[in-house]
Ligand binder design. Structure first.
Ligand code: PLP
Length: 387
């Protein structure tokens, strides 16, 4: 059996000629930014997830920053999140000098364990940032009542979860505010980009102000509405706008999102079918009544049954041109968080999982041959190093 001669990345965008034509049309129009294409994109995104409002941002991290500002998080406030995520889920709290409280994951779903949340809540707690890790929704029926009972804001970092659903509802309509990212490896792309979806008009207005310098032109909110040139800055915002060029790409990509997700689910099903009989691997668990968007397909190596460790297996797969990855280094392992005083050992499930996980390549444009290559190499290498 011949191995691949080209490198297969773990994730990649799918941009076609229709997308390019839509972008070119905006480039030839009058407004490259602050035009009407942004509004259209926001309306369609809100509609897609079943939320009332959407506010687009320059990237997902800026969108999370906006959600934290809209939540009123201030210096010393505590926000609970998962350690098994990209640093941005926690960093957005640090931008406001808030304190990040890492709460451990469930060993089956790899998402925040709802049972552990309440012991982390005190009078300083302001919000919970859930992470729909790999695209599998958190158990919102358990988390939402905890959040409500304690008057917390529930922010969903659904950077992985666009297109996923939980008990028949789309991710994006389940939390007080939900963030999606349009980085090229995510469900769909705008190059860089992000969005918050919400049902709250109050959050919606705060997010819009924050995205654009804290400036409003809404006549009903101005102190001097008789002056036609007039606008007011009410709070200290940023320039975190998405461009109309990017929004055009977003609208075009959104029209293909369901087919992208469908293909991701097909690939995931092929992996699970082929790898579930491999005794050295644990395939992902699916929470009943949820449908993952499969941003990632994460396997757990049963390293106690293998002579090689995860690093060695990782290197062998890369050498075979299979672009595996590791998602994620627990956030508080990073020197920045260590210097803030976070100690290893606080989230034991996440730490143990981190030692044994590998993300296999998964993206809509992968061919069946690519999928077969991954399965063959994973089986070959784990068998080679079995005891
Ligand atoms: C990608 C990602 C982000 C950040 O999104 P950007 O658009 O890259 O800023 C945040 N959280 C998670 C879990 C992500 O995967």
């Amino acid at each position: 059996m011949k191995s691949r001669d080209t490198f297969l990345p773990y994730g990649k965008q799918w941009v076609d000629q229709v997308d390019i034509d839509e972008v070119v049309a905006v480039l030839q129009s009058d407004y490259l930014t602050t035009g009407t294409v942004i509004d259209q994109f926001e309306q369609r995104m809100a509609q897609y997830v079943g939320a009332k409002y959407a506010v687009a941002f320059a990237n997902g991290t800026a969108a999370l920053h906006g959600a934290c500002v809209a939540s009123g998080i201030k210096s010393g406030d505590e926000v609970i999140t998962s350690p098994l995520t990209f640093a941005a889920s926690a960093n957005c709290v640090r931008y406001l000098d808030g304190k990040v409280i890492f709460s451990d994951i469930d060993h089956e779903t790899y998402n925040l364990d709802p049972m552990l949340l309440e012991e982390k809540i005190n009078h300083r707690t302001k919000a919970i940032i859930t992470v729909d890790y790999t695209g599998q929704p958190c158990d919102y029926d358990k988390i939402t009542p905890i959040s409500k009972k304690n008057n917390l804001v529930l922010i969903a970092d659904a950077a992985h979860g666009l297109g996923a659903s939980y008990k028949g509802k789309k991710v994006g309509s389940l939390a007080d505010m939900t963030m999606f990212s349009f980085h090229p490896v995510k469900s769909m792309t705008t190059g860089e980009g992000g969005i918050i979806t919400t049902d709250s008009k109050v959050y919606y207005e705060k997010l819009k102000d924050f995205r654009s310098h804290g400036i409003t032109r809404d006549p009903s909110r101005l102190q001097h509405s008789d002056k036609p040139w007039y606008y007011e800055m009410h709070s200290l915002g940023f320039n975190y706008r998405l461009t109309d060029i990017q929004a055009a790409l977003g609208i075009s990509q959104l029209s293909k999102l369901d087919s992208f997700i469908e293909r991701r689910r097909q690939i995931a099903a092929k992996y699970t079918e082929a790898l579930k009989s491999n005794p050295f691997i644990r395939t992902p668990y699916q929470l009943p009544n949820t449908s993952s968007s499969f941003h990632l397909y994460v396997i757990q190596l049963q390293t106690d049954k293998l002579q090689a460790n995860r690093t060695e297996i990782f290197k062998k797969l890369i050498a075979a041109n299979i672009g595996v990855n590791v998602h994620y280094i627990p956030v508080y392992y990073h020197p920045y968080y260590q210097q803030l005083g976070y100690k290893k050992g606080v989230c034991k499930q996440a730490e143990a999982l981190y030692e044994s996980i590998l993300s296999l390549p998964i993206f809509p444009r992968m061919s069946d041959v690519d999928v077969a290559d991954v399965i063959r190499e994973v089986n070959r290498i784990t068998n080679e190093v079995s005891m």
